[in-house]
Design a protein around this ligand. Structure first.
Ligand code: NCD
Length: 327
């Protein structure tokens, strides 16, 4: 962290809360500064404790409206934003829009006008196109939170992953994290790379060449195609879903072949550090990228903990953005 903290604080890149300090939106983590991340994770930690004590803090967002605007499917992310909003006292409305039925550009701008007319305070957006939340942020009065845009970013997922790792390992700096599988199509991978490298973790990306984004090493990661070797000595193994819905051609062989080379099973996990954490953002394809024995490992799998941290992190995001919006 010291290394990254010495760098000049970027003020404009990324456009998210963490990048511009007083920002109203959380659009991505690229360019955010580590000195903003630690206090944010501390705040999220306080929400973990609040949630476990079964108390709520219903006053913070009382009278505010949060709209969950999802142009793509979601279970975990939408539900946890809904819970987070309700636990803070907001009125929460879920809008699920089919992006295939209408011209996307027009829909977004029409939707922005509608949301402004409804006096929405907080807008959580998921969209198949990278940049859609940023476009909406220019057109709406509400604070916009990116809940996943195309292959671009999924900032709250990376924040909840960071909180999960920090609680288990006590730190992020100096850890080695392997992000494995379909990196090319993964907004989760991108946000995690931005956050983890900024916090001083070493990141290895692992997968077949067909599922690696071009020039990914420019993001400060090392690239690996041999899963067994790549997992040697890592502290955290983060598995990614094979996102077939974003693939245009045959980028991978059969599911069975894929599992043979890039699936995480007990034998492969044994190459990581003893007690290494196993993570997955969900939804999992059991038997394709991860074996059930590993996914359900009682000590090493923190997949359910990630879901718990998701609610706390989203409460912390709503907390911060609603305060930014008040001034
Ligand atoms: C991820 C997403 O939608 O980007 N899931 C999630 O938010 N929990 C990853 C995925 O869909 O594979």
């Amino acid at each position: 962290m010291a290394r990254a903290a010495e760098a000049a604080e970027p003020r404009t890149r990324g456009g998210g809360y963490f990048a511009d300090g007083g920002g109203r939106h959380l659009l991505g983590l690229q360019g955010m500064h580590p000195t903003r991340i630690e206090p944010f994770l501390d705040l999220a930690e306080s929400y973990v404790l609040l949630n476990r004590s079964r108390k709520t803090q219903r006053d913070l967002l009382r009278g505010r409206t949060l709209i969950n605007l999802f142009f793509e499917d979601s279970t975990r992310t939408r539900t946890s934003f809904e819970l987070a909003g309700k636990r803070l006292g907001a009125d929460v409305i879920n809008m699920t829009v089919s992006s295939s039925s209408v011209n996307k550009g027009e829909t977004l701008l029409d939707t922005a006008a509608t949301l402004n007319a409804m006096r929405t305070d907080l807008l959580v957006v998921r969209h198949a196109q990278s940049g859609a939340p940023a476009l909406l942020a220019q057109k709406v009065d509400a604070s916009v939170i990116n809940a996943g845009d195309g292959t671009h970013e999924h900032p709250t997922q990376a924040l909840l992953d960071a909180l999960t790792i920090r609680r288990r390992c006590g730190r992020l700096e100096g850890l080695t994290v392997a992000i494995c599988g379909d990196v090319a199509h993964s907004r989760v991978a991108r946000s995690n790379i931005h956050l983890l490298t900024a916090m001083g973790s070493q990141v290895r990306v692992v997968g077949p060449p067909t599922l690696m984004p071009a020039e990914v090493e420019r993001l400060g990661v090392s690239v690996h195609h041999d899963m067994d070797r790549a997992l040697e000595g890592v502290d955290v193994v983060m598995m990614l879903r094979l996102q077939r819905e974003r693939m245009s051609g045959g980028l991978v062989p059969s599911a069975r072949e894929y599992f043979r080379f890039f699936g995480l099973d007990t034998a492969r996990l044994a190459r990581a550090k003893p007690g290494a954490l196993v993570m997955h953002p969900g939804p999992m394809n059991r038997g394709v990228e991860i074996d059930s024995q590993v996914a359900d490992h009682p000590e090493q799998s923190v997949i359910q903990e990630q879901v718990e941290m998701g609610v706390a992190v989203r409460m912390a995001v709503l907390d911060r953005l609603s305060r930014a919006n008040m001034v």
